[in-house]
Design a protein around this ligand. Structure first.
Ligand code: ZN
Length: 173
C-alpha cells in the first residue's frame, strides 16, 4: 500500500514524483524552480512581445532563401499544436513540422496533426519507429542499447494511425 502522500502547499504535485523535494513551507522544488529560475526571465507583457518579435525577425532573416525558417516538433497534443498555429499564423514563420510516430499515437493526436497540416499547410515530416523493435526495447528486461529502424514519410498525412503507415524511405540510427 501507499505510504503517506505529501502534496505541495502551492500546487498539485505530490510524492508520486519520486524525486520531488519540499522546502520548510511545504513548497515543492518544481514551484521553487519556477519562482527562482523561470519567472524572473518570463516577460508576458510588451517587453516579452518585443523580445519575441526580435527573435522572429532573426529566424526569418536566417531562413531567407531556404525552404523553412524553423523546425517544430509536434506530438499532436495541445502544446505543440498551438505552437505550430502560433508560429505559422501569428508569427508568420515557415516551419517544417516534425513528428515521431513511435506507435503510441492516439487517434486524437493523429486527427490534430492532420487538421493542422491540412488547414495551415506546413510540410510535415514523420519519422516512423519500427513498432516491433520499439516493443523489444521498451521491455523491462531489455538492458541493451537499441538500434531502432525508422521509416519516413512526408505530407500528405495518412489518416491511419496504425503501426504500419505508408513508408517512403528507410534508415537506421
Ligand atoms: Zn509545487
Amino acid at each position: 500500500m501507499n505510504a503517506t502522500k505529501t502534496i505541495c502547499t502551492n500546487c498539485v504535485m505530490d510524492t508520486t514524483d519520486s524525486a520531488i523535494t519540499f522546502d520548510a513551507r511545504g513548497v515543492c522544488d518544481h514551484c521553487n524552480t519556477f519562482y527562482t529560475q523561470v519567472q524572473p526571465h518570463w516577460h508576458t507583457g510588451e517587453r516579452g512581445k518585443a523580445e519575441l518579435d526580435r527573435m522572429v525577425e532573426t529566424i526569418q532573416k536566417a531562413g531567407k532563401g531556404k525552404d523553412y525558417d524553423c523546425i517544430i516538433g509536434m506530438s499532436g497534443g495541445i502544446d505543440s499544436s498551438y505552437l505550430v498555429h502560433a508560429a505559422k499564423e501569428v508569427m508568420g514563420l515557415r516551419p517544417l513540422v516534425f513528428h515521431v510516430d513511435a506507435g503510441w499515437n492516439s487517434h486524437i493526436a493523429v486527427n490534430n496533426i492532420e487538421r493542422l497540416v491540412d488547414g495551415l499547410g506546413p510540410d510535415l515530416f514523420t519519422e516512423v519507429i519500427d513498432w516491433e523493435e520499439m516493443r523489444t526495447c521498451s521491455a523491462p528486461s531489455s538492458a541493451r542499447v537499441c538500434r531502432i529502424s525508422t521509416r519516413r514519410r512526408t505530407t500528405p498525412f495518412s489518416r491511419s494511425c496504425t503501426n504500419s503507415p505508408p513508408r517512403t524511405e528507410s534508415s537506421t540510427f
